[in-house]
Design a protein around this ligand. Structure first.
Ligand code: AMP
Length: 122
């Protein structure tokens, strides 16, 4: 699958639609999810055109990967999520119900998140 630069996060990166930004640097943007599932629900995305973790982990530069991982940690820290704890999650592909075809990491925090995800039907 080729990257579709009409996806919603590509449009946010180009400034065509607004977001509630919490962090930005050379390689990474983080913003509040428009439909938060927890009191704190932030998305962290690489600025490069990567569909998925597979795409990112195989094609991104070491600087992009390091910057992205460090940004996830910093955003969670700056959100005040360290003491109570937080969960990071990334949906990749159809079985994971990835809706936006630009790699993104969800940060969930601000309440007891329960134990992992509910077991899927076997
Ligand atoms: P996923 O199922 O992992 O692809 O999740 C996509 C996430 O993007 C969902 O949690 C949506 O609420 C979120 N989302 C979609 N459009 C926007 C937007 N314009 N700004 C912020 N978050 C968005």
């Amino acid at each position: 699958m080729d990257y579709d630069d009409g996806n919603i996060f590509a449009r946010i990166l180009r400034g065509e639609i607004p977001c509630k930004k919490v962090f930005e640097d050379e390689h990474t943007l983080a913003f509040h999810d428009i439909n938060p599932q927890t009191p704190i629900h932030v998305l962290v995305i690489p600025k490069g055109a990567y569909i998925s973790m597979d795409d990112f982990s195989t094609k991104a530069s070491d600087a992009e990967i390091a910057g992205f991982v460090r940004a996830i940690g910093k955003v969670a820290r700056d959100l005040g999520a360290l003491e109570g704890g937080y969960r990071i999650l990334s949906n990749n592909g159809p079985n994971a119900h990835q809706d936006v075809q630009h790699l993104h990491i969800h940060i969930f925090a601000g309440k007891n998140l329960g134990r992992m995800i509910k077991p899927a039907d076997k």
